[in-house]
Design a protein around this ligand. Structure first.
Ligand SMILES: Cc1cc2nc3c(=O)[nH]c(=O)nc-3n(C[C@H](O)[C@H](O)[C@H](O)COP(=O)(O)OP(=O)(O)OC[C@H]3O[C@@H](n4cnc5c(N)ncnc54)[C@H](O)[C@@H]3O)c2cc1C
Ligand SMILES: *[C@@H]1O[C@H](CO)[C@@H](O)[C@H](O)[C@H]1NC(C)=O
Length: 418
């Protein structure tokens, strides 16, 4: 059934995760009318969705500028002032430092906290929850786009017109698929087990005392632990939470539905713990064991696209550049996509949409392309995978040059001086 309900909007954003919500801010702040279609039924409440993410100083500044109270971001995050790479010997469970940077200057946020801050600072009529984007068409004179969405509550179809369609629908973007039907994501060769241990009320438990002893800089340090053909990430989040990731090399899993997050069974969790026991110190395994609902992400990225806009349709965030997470850069890329798109639209106005999108593309593509490829390479090193022109990385044999490569600060376009 077609509802005869035509809403007018300047920009229609599909996807209401970090890219969508950031873009809504960047565009409303230049006076552009926006509407966000998000298929999830309601705003995430509490913190069950997602896990930790790293924010660099420039991304923090942009986010803070979108909040009514810029201090809220600082209050919702913990510092990550140290980037530490260490190795663990699986036989002896001994750990040693490979590289340590004490001027890292990031902050750690929980996905749901960051999303909530940005979402709550938007006008109330911007978000359309429970709206699944179905299709779009561009008018013959290219002056507008017409979008069809399904209201999931009652299966009604809603039609919306806008001057501009922004695809913020993530790494499996349907809108990107429309323009690039043959594009395939690249499976990285590994999956990521992830979880957040909530230890409120258990601050003095054996598990927490032990993990703080094994990782004494928790609360300000981003820990990478390299084993043989695997690595983990560990850092603390605000409100007594520990965020961990455990990367496991494995054949590409079968992905069901439109998500890279997989349903996991108790048996799979038991298997994961057994794997962890083989490599990691018992203190870390205990944290994993006590985490409620760990989840599994298949890790994909994509060779850089040559084009991220067509007529009046533009890609931002993971839709524009699916990436592996090793550079802690997907939020940076996403926030800057949104901000640059806003700046270009402000500079050129909707009357010169083509010029605006052209400038957006030529500003962002060279940066995101390099970062995606660097992040891919970092993942291959840290997982001990085969590399085109070098031996698989072995923490025991690594030269000082190799160790430098591990550090976040040696990424292309990395800067913490703001
Ligand atoms: C629930 C969730 C939790 C996450 N947690 C973390 C985390 O803990 N740490 C981290 O580093 N990164 C996390 N991410 C990923 C991180 O947000 C992204 O890598 C990055 O910020 C870029 O995000 P994005 O908005 O481009 O894409 P995504 O975050 O993937 O968002 C895409 C959005 O589009 C919506 N969507 C897709 N198709 C349709 C459709 N047809 N109609 C309507 N809506 C649609 C999805 O529901 C989703 O909200 C999470 C993403 C999601 C969706
Ligand atoms: C975040 O992105 C901006 C713009 O691309 C870049 O200048 C900055 O250095 C990035 N921050 C980090 C820490 O990489």
């Amino acid at each position: 059934m077609v509802e005869n309900q035509k809403k007018k909007a300047k920009a229609i954003i599909v996807g209401g995760s970090i890219a969508g919500v950031a873009c809504a801010h960047a565009l409303t702040s230049i006076g552009c009318q926006v509407l966000v279609l998000e298929k999830t039924g309601a705003p995430p409440t509490g913190s069950p969705t997602g896990a930790g993410l790293g924010l660099d100083p420039s991304a923090q500044m942009l986010i803070a500028s979108w909040l009514a109270n810029p201090h809220l971001l600082h209050q919702a995050t913990l510092p990550l002032t140290i980037d530490q790479n260490q190795a663990t010997d699986s036989a002896t469970k001994e750990s040693w430092t490979l590289a340590r940077d004490e001027e890292y200057n990031f902050r750690a946020a929980h996905w749901a906290d960051l999303h909530g801050l940005l979402y709550n600072a938007l006008p109330p009529d911007v978000f359309f929850w429970g709206h699944q984007f179905i299709s779009f068409s561009i008018s013959e004179d290219k002056s507008y786009v017409k979008v069809k969405a399904k209201l999931l509550r009652n299966d009604n179809i809603v039609e919306i017109e806008g001057d501009l369609l922004i695809a913020a629908d993530g790494c499996l973007s349907l809108i990107r698929q429309h323009f690039l039907p043959d594009l395939k994501l690249r499976y990285s060769g590994y999956c990521a087990w992830r979880g957040v241990l909530d230890f409120s009320g258990k601050e003095d438990s054996e598990t927490i005392k032990a993990i703080r002893k094994a990782y004494p800089d928790l609360g300000k340090c981003l820990y990478f632990d390299l084993g043989s053909g695997t690595h983990t990430v560990l850092y603390e989040l605000l409100n007594k939470r520990l965020n961990w990731i455990f990367y496991v090399n494995q054949p590409e899993p079968e992905i069901k539905g439109n998500s890279v997050t997989m349903k996991v069974s108790e048996e799979m969790i038991d298997e994961m713990i057994k794997e962890a026991e083989k490599t990691w110190v018992p203190e870390l395994v205990k944290v994993m064991k006590e985490t409620k609902d760990p989840f599994l992400n298949a890790i994909y990225d994509c060779d850089p696209l040559r084009q991220i806009y067509w007529d009046n349709v533009v890609l931002i965030g993971d839709a524009a550049h699916p990436t592996t997470p090793h550079g802690l850069r997907s939020t940076n890329m996403t926030i800057f996509d949104a901000a640059v798109l806003g700046k270009c639209l402000e500079k050129w106005g909707l009357e010169n949409l083509h010029s605006a999108l052209e400038e957006y593309q030529s500003t962002r593509l060279p940066v995101t392309s390099k970062q995606v490829l660097h992040s891919r390479w970092l993942g291959q090193i840290k997982q001990g995978l085969h590399l085109p022109d070098q031996e698989p990385f072995d923490p025991k044999k690594a030269s000082p040059e190799d160790l430098k490569d591990l550090q976040q600060k040696n990424m292309p376009f990395f800067s913490i001086n703001h």
